[in-house]
Design a protein around this ligand. Structure first.
Ligand SMILES: Cc1cc2nc3c(=O)[nH]c(=O)nc-3n(C[C@H](O)[C@H](O)[C@H](O)COP(=O)(O)OP(=O)(O)OC[C@H]3O[C@@H](n4cnc5c(N)ncnc54)[C@H](O)[C@@H]3O)c2cc1C
Length: 504
């Protein structure tokens, strides 16, 4: 998901970038220590868990003792895969420049930004390309206008407005405003319930019928972006998830972190000064300790195959999706959470292939230097191979010069490239032999990736119980690293308020 910039809008003259990065007001938070030192446990050290640890440290300093329990690698669904001697983003690949938390944290930790490869784009319907960009930008522009018309202008105006209104969440959070659930949060963002409405209607209904962008834009460009970002179709996802998918269409709006995006959660965790336990939490129990009137919590966990039970915690933050986790909860009425646990998560397999794309599979005879390297797809009727997107990938530590030299070399000699293909199942050798005229290496990373979206979305709650908070409900608004940070910021504010109340 998000591995490929939707460079289609770059080709249009009147669609320029309208924003510059800004990090202001992110770190204006005033530390307000607690009177009594409190203890907080966080379960999960992906972007959500690591950033909530960091935000808590900012808000409460050393008056809160934070312990983070996580299994697997720090970074969770961010992470790199080693392939043919290099490292590639296997999970969350792309950050939008307007993502103030991800951009702000990266800048604070001195991480460098990598621009994304700007290759030729194709939109494929399972049989042929419906659109292909050209070597000459003027021809690409004319082709775009011919196929999609001036509805593209509407799309761009919509995106500009969306991003401006979305930024209201940063202002609210910098003033210390927190929300009990994601729906209350989206209702407070922007004007006229815009974001709430987007969570209640399908992408197709909203963009096609309500905003009137035109069938081709919706079924080809928007659909391509949604299948690229969330591997799901415009009929099945909300307009909010669709909007996040197309936000990357902004001119030069996307980047990744040199060396890998996982460094943002890794550095946030280090900077939080939290104690980290590489442990799998199996149970959270609510207990009332003899000396306290407020509830406390105990965690059961396994660490290096040993079973452990932790000390008492004043608050617990769940920073992993309940849908995919096996954590038991004892001493709580979990009836209202049942709907969360029952929701499905979408499986996405990130396939990495070193090879040459087969032009015949894409309905053409020639693979010249303008053959698409980013291939978005429309909903395919009877696809020979089920996949949602294909994109050229560069190693996470390549310099801009290396990328430029590499694409020149590939164009000149028609050598093999590294491609990433998203599919919902592992691709077989036979399937790869259809897509590639030749390939030498293949590996795959299998993810439970993001919610299987439903329309309308109810999104659940940030407060599971008194003192027990949950970040990942925000993924039902949309799943992205920045959304995890926004959820984490909200939960850090809720936790701070809760702990201050215990002081009284
Ligand atoms: C293939 C793919 C591509 C994506 N592309 C993008 C992209 O380009 N841009 C973008 O912004 N987002 C992208 N995303 C989405 C993004 O990765 C997620 O929204 C975000 O990383 C979620 O972070 P998180 O911390 O909430 O959850 P996770 O990263 O899932 O972290 C949860 C953590 O909890 C741990 N954990 C779970 N259960 C337990 C337990 N019982 N005990 C202890 N620890 C536990 C896990 O090991 C993990 O460390 C992509 C996701 C996938 C899968």
């Amino acid at each position: 998901m998000w591995s490929f910039a939707l460079s289609i809008l770059r080709a249009i003259p009147f669609l320029g970038s309208f924003f510059k990065e800004d990090y202001e007001s992110l770190y204006s938070v005033e530390e307000k220590p607690l009177k009594t030192t409190r203890k907080v446990a966080i379960i999960g050290y992906g972007v959500g868990g690591s950033s909530v640890a960091y935000f808590l440290h900012e808000l409460l300093g050393s008056s809160v003792e934070v312990h983070v329990f996580g299994d697997g690698k720090v970074g969770g669904r961010t992470g790199v895969v080693e392939f043919v001697g290099n490292k590639y983003e296997a999970g969350a690949s792309i950050i939008h420049k307007k993502n103030r938390y991800m951009s702000g944290l990266s800048a604070k930790f001195g991480l460098k930004k990598a621009e994304l490869p700007d290759g030729y784009l194709g939109i494929f319907d399972g049989v042929k390309f419906l659109y292909r960009s050209s070597a000459f930008s003027v021809i690409s522009k004319l082709k775009l206008l011919w196929r999609y018309g001036f509805g593209l202008r509407k799309l761009q105006i919509y995106l500009n407005n969306l991003l401006t209104q979305f930024s209201s969440i940063y202002d609210l959070q910098s003033k210390g405003k927190s929300f009990a659930d994601p729906i209350t949060m989206v209702k407070a963002m922007g004007s006229h319930d815009m974001f709430y409405r987007l969570t209640q209607v399908s992408a197709e209904e909203c963009f096609s019928k309500e905003l009137g962008w035109g069938d081709r834009i919706v079924s080809e460009i928007v659909s391509g972006a949604c299948r690229n970002n969330y591997c799901q179709d415009i009929t099945d996802i909300t307009a909010m998830v669709g909007s996040v998918s197309i936000a990357g269409a902004q001119d030069d709006s996307l980047y990744a972190i040199v060396g890998g995006n996982f460094q943002v959660p890794m550095k946030a965790l280090e900077a939080s000064t939290a104690e980290v336990h590489n442990a799998h939490v199996t149970k959270v129990s609510r207990v009332v300790t003899p000396d306290k009137t407020s509830p406390s919590f105990v965690l059961n966990y396994t660490e290096d195959e040993a079973v452990g039970q932790s000390e008492y915690w004043d608050a617990v933050i769940v920073a992993c999706p309940l849908e995919t986790s096996d954590i038991e909860f004892e001493g709580f009425d979990t009836g209202s959470w049942t709907s969360i646990k029952k929701q499905a998560f979408h499986r996405t397999v990130a396939n990495f292939i070193h090879g040459k794309l087969n032009p015949k599979f894409f309905g053409t005879d020639v693979r010249n230097h303008t053959f698409p390297q980013t291939i978005l797809t429309t909903k395919m009727k009877q696809p020979a191979v089920k996949f949602t997107t294909i994109g050229l990938n560069y190693p996470v530590d390549y310099t801009e010069q290396q990328k430029a030299d590499h694409s020149k070399a590939v164009a000149a000699k028609d050598t093999a490239n590294i491609y990433k293909i998203f599919s919902s199942e592992h691709l077989t050798e036979d399937q790869l032999n259809l897509i590639f005229s030749e390939y030498t290496e293949h590996t795959a990373v299998d993810w439970m990736a993001y919610p299987e979206y439903v329309v309308p979305e109810n999104c659940g709650t940030f407060i599971l119980n008194e003192g027990l908070f949950y970040i990942n409900c925000i993924e039902h608004v949309s799943s992205a690293m920045e959304m995890s940070c926004i959820g984490a910021k909200n939960v850090s504010l809720l936790t701070k308020d809760y702990l201050h109340k215990l002081d009284q």
